[in-house]
Write a new protein. Structure first.
Length: 231
């Protein structure tokens, strides 16, 4: 066995934890590399561009890159505008963390803004630049949001590591972003914390509820929306 691997695994398994409560979304340097962690009460949002692998197979690399960049750039700007701290990029997906008393409302407002950007800005831009692409490709995406306690730790090795969030909230938000039955998908805990502006317009609800195993694999109520709001 490689001696450094054996030593590092032993350290990870047996070193004492240095965990403290986080009052803000931590930066990488805020978390001790050797079994350090921040325990946070936070809302996680994942925004995921759908069908990018098929897009890459059908069209040029340059066209694919432009569409993915436009989505990630727009989503990132909107997430930051509404107080989200971006902590992860994964190809065509971005993750942001929200904290504070209004964390759920900020996250959902950002989600409505991202959906507006997709339909009212990026989609028309695709149609204007590439008439042939727009005939074969309709941009779509998914956003997942959940809230709760998470443990943020550092994973990797010195000079090459990143933050990892552990808990139901980040896991379920990621899974909800993959759900293609609707665009914006949130847990009941998030939905129950929304104000009237984010729940309905002129008495008509933005949301539909679903129950069962189709979204998170268990019997839990989730809420879904295709609405958008201009930013």
């Amino acid at each position: 066995m490689h001696p450094s691997i054996e030593s590092s695994v032993r350290d990870i398994f047996y070193a004492g934890w240095n965990i403290s409560n986080g009052t803000k979304v931590p930066e990488t340097d805020d978390v001790v590399m050797k079994n350090g962690g921040k325990l946070v009460d936070a809302t996680y949002l994942y925004a995921d561009l759908a069908g990018s692998s098929k897009l890459a197979h059908r069209f040029t690399k340059e066209a694919t890159a432009i569409i993915i960049r436009a989505y990630i750039n727009s989503a990132s700007r909107i997430l930051r505008q509404y107080g989200g701290e971006i902590r992860s990029f994964d190809g065509d997906r971005v993750m942001a963390i929200f904290m504070g008393e209004d964390k759920n409302r900020k996250a959902v407002r950002a989600a409505f803004g991202i959906n507006w950007a997709v339909h009212q800005v990026i989609k028309p831009a695709i149609e204007t630049k590439w008439n042939d692409v727009s005939k074969q490709y309709q941009i779509s995406h998914g956003i997942g949001i959940d809230t709760g306690e998470a443990l943020i730790v550092r994973g990797g090795v010195r000079n090459s590591n990143d933050l990892i969030s552990i808990g139901d909230a980040p896991n379920d938000a990621a899974r909800l972003s993959d759900y293609r039955g609707s665009t914006i998908n949130v847990t009941k805990a998030v939905h129950d914390d929304l104000n009237e502006t984010l729940l309905a317009l002129e008495g008509e609800s933005f949301w539909t509820a679903s129950h069962g195993r189709d979204v998170l694999g268990g019997y839990a109520t989730t809420f879904h929306s295709t609405g958008w709001m201009e930013v």
